[in-house]
Design a protein around this ligand. Structure first.
Ligand code: NAP
Length: 541
């Protein structure tokens, strides 16, 4: 087995890994290599190539802020860029900053273990390589480990099976075909209207209806583009001071403080603006107060009933048994109108569950749906899945899976006790998926870079959280989640979408501005809550 030594091994060449490589290699002068399973850069935007895939935070926000030149030179063609354009952007970044030469494509990490004597990680890849490094940095993302299919008989299906999370690079032509889509989360809600336009017949298998609201996409207005470019620094500053990392500022304290007419005016306006305005820029108490939430939920249900012609279909599509935004709210284009088409059928899996997949299609409890193609849009083993699949082993050979048997345990979502010098970009228990990802990534990479610089200045070999700091952070994230309506709904935020997964909230819900303040306070107090080990010493057990 060949062995190579680096200061830093970074896993993943998506938004996180690309910026981490640039920062550590070109900013800190460290030797660094990126290990990437895909054959090119892009991460989630490399794999999720299904028709309709696009970002749902405005593109000018959903992009890097670290280079003013990059911000000024790149022009987005749409308000919410589609997957091909985001992938072109990430390729441009890789070329512009000369990143490709230090990325090992088509290579997967199969295990990584910490050795306390040498204070090094040893990373093993599926190519039989062994990479030794001081710092192991995970840029594997939060939604990159697709959930394993849960349907008996899938392997005997006579047609094609596709997964939104692993879409064929050459695309799929559904013309004249009978297609079934399983899953109505953000991915399903994006792909369903696109497949419906092509297929002879589309059958949508829905278990839980979603509160989808319009994305409001369109061509990028050149005047707005000029405004953004002239004001980028201020817009980024406003974004970093917003819970979600976007420059929104219309939110009002409570949905219950207004009468029906005024409240509706707010909802209608946010609905028309599109994007996450309704979720994040209407009323601040929607995820805290059930009565406030009901007003938004009912507003969305009304819209669904107006848009879907058949009232029985509308009732199946309208969620009634969980609060709005306690599952991640999807954004849509013509999703509900799709169910008015003659070639689309909705199957309610709550009343007629899938029994198995047969050679000819999908058998539910009351009928057999004959299909040529099945599209799985069934989601991810979110947050912890991508980390656990790397088989990480910390001090004394303790597997991360064992430490996290009851759910993730981190300090600041950045580091884990017993796993020195392992840094998690947008790890569990950080704001991560509830913070504009490119900014969340930049904040973390910058924090890690400062931390590594601090270690060098101190002559320290390693850093890890103390058990107390980690316990405190786990308790704080749980308490914050407990103040919201999120824990009562089965969602991937809670790990509840994967059978057998511990049910805990994996997102820090105190908001990005508070979180950023905590992270900088920790540094100002000399890395409070962390234990540093000097070169040559034995680390704390
Ligand atoms: P998801 O939100 O977890 O949705 C999965 C869907 O599959 C749900 O409707 C789920 O039903 C259904 N499902 C799962 N297992 C099933 C089973 N055994 N039988 C029947 N139905 C089953 O996954 P996703 O749609 O891929 O989205 C995941 C996240 O990725 C999103 O929330 C978002 O954060 C991100 N994403 C973002 C974008 C974007 O930025 N535009 C696009 C796509 C995805 P239940 O609800 O009943 O479990």
């Amino acid at each position: 087995m060949s062995e190579q030594e680096y200061d830093t091994v970074i896993v993943g060449a998506g938004f996180a890994g690309l910026y981490a490589l640039h920062k550590f290699r070109d900013g800190l002068g460290l030797s660094a290599v990126v290990i990437e399973a895909g054959d090119d850069v892009g991460g989630t935007w490399y794999w999720n190539r299904y028709p309709g895939a696009r970002c749902d935070i405005e593109s000018y926000s959903y992009s890097y802020s670290f280079s003013e030149e990059l911000q000024q030179e790149w022009c987005w063609s749409e308000r919410f860029a589609g997957q091909p354009e985001i992938l072109r952007y990430l390729n441009h970044v890789a070329d512009r900053f000369g990143l490709r030469s230090d990325i090992r494509f088509g290579t997967r990490v199969t295990s990584a273990s910490w050795d306390d004597d040498s204070r090094r990680w040893t990373v093993v890849t599926d190519g039989g390589e062994q990479l030794v490094c001081r710092f192991l940095v995970s840029g594997v993302g939060n939604l990159s480990a697709a959930k394993d299919p849960e349907f008996d008989g899938l392997e005997r299906f006579g047609g094609n099976v596709y997964a939104t999370a692993r879409w064929p690079h050459e695309g799929v032509d559904f013309t004249g075909r009978r297609v079934g889509v399983v899953g109505t989360g953000a991915s399903g809600i994006q792909v369903i209207p696109e497949i419906a336009k092509q297929a002879a017949h589309l059958t949508v298998f829905q278990r839980t209806p979603n509160y989808a609201t319009p994305i409001g996409n369109g061509a990028m207005d050149p005047e707005f583009d000029r405004y953004v470019k002239a004001n980028y620094a201020a817009l980024r500053d406003r974004s970093r001071n917003h819970f979600l990392g976007v420059p929104y500022d219309l939110v009002q304290p409570s949905a219950l403080a207004l009468d029906d007419t005024e409240r509706r005016r707010v909802y209608e306006q946010r609905w028309a603006q599109g994007g996450f305005r309704l979720f994040f820029d209407a009323f601040a108490d929607l995820v805290f107060d059930e009565a406030a939430n009901d007003t938004a939920a009912e507003f969305i249900r009304e819209k669904i009933r107006q848009r879907v012609t058949d009232p029985r279909v509308a009732e199946v599509l309208a969620p009634t048994d969980y609060p709005y935004a306690t599952k991640r709210p999807p954004l849509e284009t013509n999703y509900y109108e799709t169910f008015n088409r003659d070639n689309v059928t909705l199957v309610d899996l709550r009343s007629t569950p899938i029994e198995r997949v047969t050679a000819a299609g999908v058998r539910t409890s009351d009928s057999e749906h004959e299909l040529d193609d099945i599209v799985l849009a069934t989601g991810f083993d979110a947050m912890t899945g991508p980390l656990l699949r790397m088989n990480l082993t910390g001090r004394n050979g303790t597997p991360l899976a064992e430490r996290w048997a009851d759910g993730p345990r981190t300090y600041l979502g950045l580091m884990v006790h017993g796993f020195p010098n392992l840094f998690l970009i947008t790890g569990p228990q950080s704001p991560s998926v509830l913070y504009n990802m490119p900014l969340a990534i930049e904040d973390h990479v910058d924090w890690i870079a400062d931390c590594i610089t601090h270690l060098r200045e101190q002559g320290s070999a390693s850093i890890e959280p103390t058990p107390d700091a980690e316990d405190g952070w786990v308790a704080e994230t749980a308490q914050l989640a407990g103040n919201t309506l999120l824990p009562r709904t089965d969602s991937w935020y809670m790990g509840a979408n994967v059978p057998g997964k511990p049910r805990v909230c994996m997102v820090y819900l105190g908001g990005a501005p508070t979180y950023r303040q905590i992270c900088s306070d920790v540094v100002a107090k000399g890395y409070e809550g962390f234990a540093l080990a000097p070169e040559g010493a034995t680390a704390n057990a």
